[in-house]
Design a protein around this ligand. Structure first.
Ligand SMILES: C[S@@+](CC[C@H](N)C(=O)[O-])C[C@H]1O[C@@H](n2cnc3c(N)ncnc32)[C@H](O)[C@@H]1O
Ligand code: SF4
Length: 455
């Protein structure tokens, strides 16, 4: 519980409190401002810590707010770190885009490492990871407000996986929506096409896009084909049990260049426990089918319920032995109160960190470089998700979305369309309803609002 006199920043301070699972601590935060100095006093269970920070003279209210928020969060982080004796890998950073912050800092001061390590208390390890990601993005990171990535969302899956934190419905239970969804989606894609300025990439995400019956998948791809100028084109096919020679042939015909074949783990025991309805062998079969025609990404998750370090190690080593272009290592993210939070054994502290560290070292030794990363709330160990690419074969879509440097025209339920101004200095967003039925009911308005949004 936190009590602060900076009422507007309480949600931000709670994010820091959550890093330490601090719900049971009694925290009082007081703020005062003198000439060029901010003072934050934090009392944790009766123990008081005070921090003073010299700041520049403020001429701009937004900058003033930014500094006040930054040092309040940082002071709370330092106090909680002292009180609990724990450091967090990303220090006081709570945002989902550490690299974006690093780029901003580089633009302002010419460097970010000193700021990360000495101001924000980010570990040297994570600062180094950020640096490597920025290096991998050279030649792809392009600030141009005309650049456009085109996204289409398919909210259906062959079944729901127990850990999944994304919006998607089991297609068996949602079959009544499929025809209408495809109709509305096609209408939205058609109406959105003129909003594309300079197409950088296309991404069909999910859910599991290839869970759609082949005739419906073909209709969606046909509509997208009109806008495709031969750019990077990803389909997050995803579930190996939904990938087959027929749907891959359709994807190939329509110029798809990259697909995901996601194991999550190569342990059959874990796959069954998580309700994924496929085996490790299915991953090999799907990968063999996909490899000859597409660049392939494989998603893995560190910290899955019931898995030990050796399980994760085996999954990572197996993925590397297959030699896909991209491997993305996610850290399990469990929302409080969710099935997994209640029903599963927690891993010993530090175990997920060991898995992530192992993946970082082993992937680099195998010739993979980290090229994008992001964080989420409720991540095990307060870690991150990192995408790795071999031989510089990065996914431009992932870079643009994480760094928010290109406009994103998105179609479908739960789609977020973004406009960027001045290389991402200002961003405007418009989101569609997450629920399929609401999306269908409002589809006409959604299109009109989107067109207006780009006026
Ligand atoms: C939007 S999902 C779509 C993937 C595809 N449907 C599949 O299952 O293969 C993208 C990725 O997010 C990751 N993911 C989903 N839920 C997660 C969670 N709770 N914690 C960590 N990663 C998660 C998985 O690695 C998954 O492959
Ligand atoms: S198939 Fe993918 S999107 Fe669907 S529930 Fe499983 S992890 Fe989530």
């Amino acid at each position: 519980m936190i009590d602060s006199d900076l009422q507007n920043f309480i949600p931000d301070l709670r994010e820091v409190e959550n890093l330490f699972n601090g719900g049971e601590l009694k925290i009082r935060h007081r703020f005062s401002m003198g000439e060029n100095k901010l003072v934050n006093t934090v009392t944790v269970n009766g123990q008081t810590y005070a921090y003073g920070n010299i700041v520049p003279e403020f001429t701009d209210k937004t900058v003033e707010k930014r500094y006040i928020k930054r040092y309040a969060k940082l002071s709370l982080y330092k106090a909680l770190s002292k009180f609990t004796g724990k450091d967090m890998p990303w220090g006081a950073l709570t945002g989902i885009r550490p690299t974006k912050l690093a780029y901003q800092q580089m633009e302002e001061t010419g460097e970010f490492e000193d700021f990360f390590i000495n101001v924000m208390k980010v570990s040297e390890n994570k600062t180094d990871l950020t640096k490597k990601v920025i290096n991998s993005q050279k030649g792809y990171y392009e600030k141009n407000d005309l650049n456009t990535d085109f996204f289409v969302f398919i909210p259906f899956c062959p079944s729901r996986c127990k850990y999944c934190s994304f919006i998607s419905a089991d297609i068996k239970h949602a079959s009544r929506f499929v025809d209408d969804y495809v109709d509305s989606l096609i209408e939205e894609i058609r109406a959105s096409a003129p909003l594309i300025k300079k197409l950088r990439s296309i991404y069909i995400g999910g859910g599991t896009p290839v869970a759609l019956p082949n005739d419906k998948l073909t209709r969606v791809l046909k509509e997208i084909d009109i806008i495709n100028s031969g750019v990077e084109y990803t389909v997050e096919a995803g579930r190996p049990d939904a990938i087959n020679a027929e749907n891959l042939a359709i994807l190939k015909d329509f110029g798809v260049t990259r697909i995901c074949v996601n194991p999550q783990t190569f342990s059959d025991k874990t796959l069954t426990l998580l309700g994924r309805n496929h085996t490790a062998k299915d991953v090999f079969t799907a990968y063999d089918l996909a490899k000859k025609d597409f660049a392939v990404n494989m998603d893995l998750i560190a910290g899955l319920s019931g898995e030990k370090f050796s399980d994760f190690q085996n999954s990572l080593d197996t993925a590397i032995s297959l030699n896909p272009e991209n491997i993305t290592v996610h850290t399990l993210c469990v929302k409080k109160g969710s099935y997994l939070a209640e029903e599963t054994d927690r891993l010993p502290e530090g175990e997920v960190e060991n898995m992530v560290e192992y993946s970082h070292k082993t992937l680099q030794n195998a010739g993979y470089s980290p090229y994008y990363l992001y964080r989420q709330k409720y991540m095990a160990g307060n870690l991150e998700n990192t995408g790795y690419a071999k031989d510089g074969k990065v996914c431009v879509y992932n870079i643009d979305v994480m760094e928010e440097i290109a406009q994103n025209v998105s179609c479908g339920a739960n789609a977020v369309t973004k406009r960027v101004f001045n290389g991402g200095e200002r961003i405007e967003r418009i989101a569609s309803p997450k629920d399929i039925q609401t999306y269908l009911n409002k589809s006409g308005d959604i299109i009109q609002n989107k067109l207006k949004f780009f006026e």
